[in-house]
Design a binder for this molecule. Structure first.
Ligand SMILES: [Zn+2]
Length: 94
């Protein structure tokens, strides 16, 4: 399985001065698992003018999709291919 390059730009951390105590006690997000949050990433390299290459470190598409089926629909539409390789996922079942 391939892994994503780390390319989040660094930024100084700032103190949260707007959240209230109640908001912190009842957060909007929740912990999840790979089983309940499937993620499939299209790691095909760009060969068209779909999107300009962001940098040499990130030559691929890297679109996030919720299922294998969605990846293949995206590939057919945006890459004009049925290639099933170069998919990054933590979900083994399709
Ligand atoms: Zn793609």
């Amino acid at each position: 399985m391939a892994s994503l390059p780390s390319l989040l730009p660094s930024k100084p951390a700032l103190q949260d001065t707007t959240s209230t105590a109640d908001e912190i006690k009842t957060p909007l997000g929740k912990a999840t698992t790979p089983e309940s949050t499937p993620i499939f990433i299209c790691a095909l390299e760009h060969t068209s003018s779909l999107r300009p290459v962001v940098s040499d470190a990130l030559p691929g598409c890297y679109r996030l999709l919720p299922s294998f089926k969605a990846v293949m629909a995206h590939r057919k539409k945006d890459h004009q291919t049925d290639d099933e390789s170069q998919i990054i996922t933590w979900n083994s079942d399709r």
